[in-house]
Design a protein around this ligand. Structure first.
Ligand code: RB5
Length: 150
C-alpha cells in the first residue's frame, strides 16, 4: 500500500534495544514499520544501516525513517549523505516537532546512550506526529535540495 504510514528502522548495536522499543510504539500508533537491521546486539557498523534506511526513505514518497546508534551522530552524518534524506538528530521534543514542521526532516536520529527510553519515546512521538508546514519553509527545503546538485 503506497498510502500507508511507513517508517523504515535502522540501528547499530548501540541503538538496537531502543530501536526495538520504539518500533513497537510506532506500530501501536498505526505506523507500518520495516526493520532494515541490525538484527542483534552484536557489534556492527552504523553507516551500513544509515545507508539502507536513507535509500529506502528517499525511494518512497512520504516514507519516514528512524535511526538509532550510541550518540545518533554517526547515523545522522551518514544518512545525510544520501540524496533526498533530511536526517535530524534530536535530543529534545521541541526540536523533533520543529524539524518536521520547518525542515521536512524525513529521518529521526536518536542517541541511545544520550537520551533515556522515556525521553526517546516522547521525541519519537513528537517527530512522527508532526507534519511539514510548507509555505516559506518549502522554499528553504528546496534550497537544501539544490545543494545536492553542486
Ligand atoms: C558505536 O560504538 C558508536 O560509535 C555508535 O553507536 C555511534 O555512537 C556513532 O556515532
Amino acid at each position: 500500500m503506497q498510502n500507508e504510514k511507513k517508517v523504515y528502522l535502522g540501528s547499530d548495536h548501540g541503538g538496537f534495544e531502543l530501536k526495538n522499543a520504539l518500533a513497537a510504539r510506532l506500530r501501536e500508533a498505526g505506523f507500518v514499520t520495516e526493520d532494515l537491521g541490525c538484527y542483534s546486539a552484536e557489534s556492527c557498523d552504523y553507516p551500513d544501516f544509515a545507508a539502507a534506511v536513507g535509500r529506502a526513505v528517499a525511494a518512497r514518497e512520504g516514507a519516514l525513517g528512524l535511526l538509532v546508534c550510541g550518540t545518533g551522530i554517526g547515523m545522522s552524518i551518514a544518512a545525510n549523505k544520501i540524496p533526498g534524506v533530511r536526517a535530524a538528530l534530536c535530543g529534545d521534543v521541541f526540536s523533533a516537532k520543529m524539524t518536521r514542521r520547518h525542515n521536512d526532516a524525513n529521518v529521526l536520529c536518536l542517541g541511545a546512550r544520550v537520551v533515556g527510553p522515556g525521553l526517546a519515546a516522547e521525541i519519537a512521538d513528537a517527530f512522527f506526529s508532526s507534519s511539514f508546514e510548507g509555505d516559506r519553509h518549502a522554499r528553504r527545503v528546496e534550497k537544501i535540495a539544490e545543494l545536492e546538485k553542486r
